[in-house]
Write a protein that binds this ligand. Structure first.
Ligand SMILES: [Zn+2]
Length: 506
């Protein structure tokens, strides 16, 4: 059967056939790095992560581009407020974005191009569009795209052509505008004093200025797939539903007019919104929860992934306390089952386990092949969990077949809370031993936390990492961790039984 996906262009579920298999080029509109991304943004990125992982699990070789918008109207305005350059404003938020991505176990993209790093590609594109007559210079010094020159304009968003306003009176310079007023949009904005103040202006043959938001994605995508593969058409393009118009409509218009290709991406996929208790989550409404809010609340990433994947990506998802609590419980059950399963693996599968593993494989594949039906895939995993517990209770043993089937699903969803077994003993002198069986922990800061009560957990976390590093024979990392602990007053002693003792010098 193979993978089918809902294409916003055709409003149908279509078989997915990449241009040059097994390669898949995937472009995802990424974050605007002027603030912490909220959990609604991350719902979109988790949908992309599922797509990416399922493609890879299906044998595709995915070249994944996610852009970082580091110059646009909002960034320049915010930089001005704080008297910063755009680069000064965005740099910490780019690091924060990567941290949040790692916390949520999102596989890193192949490329994270920053818009300001691709100005020459944008200049080439604007020049090409000026030369072929689809772009023109306004009397304000900016360069605009003439949507009247692109008959397919409005196809993706199914705009009523008659409502299109064109020409000098129907032009728009802001990066976002509403659907009722499709207009010629700006490709290159003439520099204003506030752009200069934020160091967001570049010299070009068509005047000093800075790129419009829509241009950034087209120029970076085409530059990267052109250089890497000589390609001009993406296999897949993703974003949240609010990007369909005008952003993706404009991306298509610019890219196709520039390359002469009939399409910019074969399939356009759009993820629905996340709302919080019924209100659309957005920074404008001030009700957002960031990924780091959840992390600080001690919410395991497995629970967030489970919560997101229990709803189909084309359905709205309402984040409630009850929903989150249920997901935490579900992810914990998955973790406990994984431990039980892994701890019971025998030489060969009992026939009942083999049958359950076959069912899991088939159900999981057919669910995700069907337009990434993650809720059905999750249901198949929980069905295996129930059956597996029943078989284990009856004394039947799983083997390599069951373990492989389970791990294949976990490799795609990663919605499991990794169960931690801590055996930390603290004596009067502050010695603590650690027999924990944890192999994977949340990110740890290099600096110990200020509250004394949290410092032991910090030290034992690093001690565990030292154990893992030694097991991997990564002795330079093991030595680095010892030095790190010592620099903060902790002694590290490797014991004969394989555990590590961490004690604080008093
Ligand atoms: Zn984009």
């Amino acid at each position: 059967m193979g993978l089918s996906l809902y294409n916003t262009l055709s409003r149908r579920v279509e078989p997915f056939t990449p241009v040059a298999p097994p390669r898949v080029t995937l472009y995802s509109c990424g974050p605007t790095v002027w603030n912490y991304a909220h959990i609604g943004n991350f719902r979109t990125f988790l949908f992309v992560d599922l797509l990416r992982r399922w493609l890879e699990a299906s044998g595709y070789d995915v070249y994944h581009i996610m852009n970082l918008t580091d110059v646009d109207d909002r960034i320049i305005k915010e930089a001005g407020k704080q008297s910063l350059t755009v680069d000064q404003l965005v740099t910490p938020f780019i690091s924060a974005f990567y941290e949040d991505r790692d916390y949520l176990r999102i596989r890193p993209a192949t490329e994270y191009p920053r818009a300001t790093g691709y100005i020459p590609a944008m200049i080439r594109m604007v020049e090409g569009l000026l030369t072929n007559g689809t772009a023109y210079r306004g009397e304000d010094g900016s360069v605009y795209y003439s949507i009247a020159k692109f008959p397919a304009y409005g196809r993706l968003s199914q705009l009523d052509r008659r409502s299109l306003k064109t020409g000098a009176s129907g032009r728009v310079t802001s990066d976002e505008y509403d659907k009722e007023n499709a207009r010629d949009f700006v490709l290159w904005k003439a520099a204003r004093p506030e752009d200069e103040a934020a160091q967001a202006a570049w010299d070009t043959p068509f005047g000093r200025g800075r790129p419009g938001w829509h241009l950034e994605c087209s120029a970076m995508a085409l530059d990267l797939i052109g250089k890497r593969f000589g390609a001009e058409v993406l296999d897949l393009h993703t974003g949240a539903v609010d990007l369909i118009f005008p952003h993706h409509e404009d991306e298509i218009a610019q890219s196709c007019a520039y390359t002469g290709q009939p399409e910019f991406a074969r399939l356009w996929l759009h993820g629905e919104f996340l709302s919080v208790k019924g209100t659309k989550m957005s920074k404008r409404f001030g009700n957002y929860t960031t990924a780091r809010d959840l992390r600080q609340d001690g919410v395991d990433a497995g629970a967030i992934r489970l919560l997101v994947y229990q709803t189909h990506y084309r359905q709205k998802l309402d984040l409630t306390d009850e929903g989150l609590a249920a997901a935490r419980e579900g992810a914990r059950r998955l973790g406990e089952f994984a431990r039980r399963l892994e701890g019971s693996i025998g030489q060969a599968d009992a026939p009942e386990f083999s049958a359950a593993a076959d069912t899991l494989d088939q159900e999981f594949r057919s669910a995700l092949d069907d337009d990434l039906n993650a809720p059905r895939a999750v249901a198949a995993v929980f069905a295996f969990l129930s059956e597996g517990n029943r078989l284990l209770d009856a004394g039947l043993l799983p083997g390599p077949r069951s373990l492989a089937a389970w791990r294949r699903t976990d490799d795609v969803l990663e919605a499991t809370t990794r169960v931690r077994v801590y055996d930390i003993r603290v004596s009067d002198s502050g010695v603590l031993s650690d027999r924990s069986t944890v192999t994977s922990d949340p990110p740890l800061e290099e600096q110990p936390p200020t509250p004394v009560a949290e410092q032991e957990a910090w030290a034992s976390g690093w001690a565990r990492r030292r154990l893992v590093a030694k097991t991997r024979r990564d002795f330079s990392e093991a030595d680095r961790i010892r030095a790190l602990l010592q620099s903060h007053g902790w002694e590290v002693r490797d014991r004969k039984d394989g555990t590590i003792e961490v004690s604080r010098r008093s």
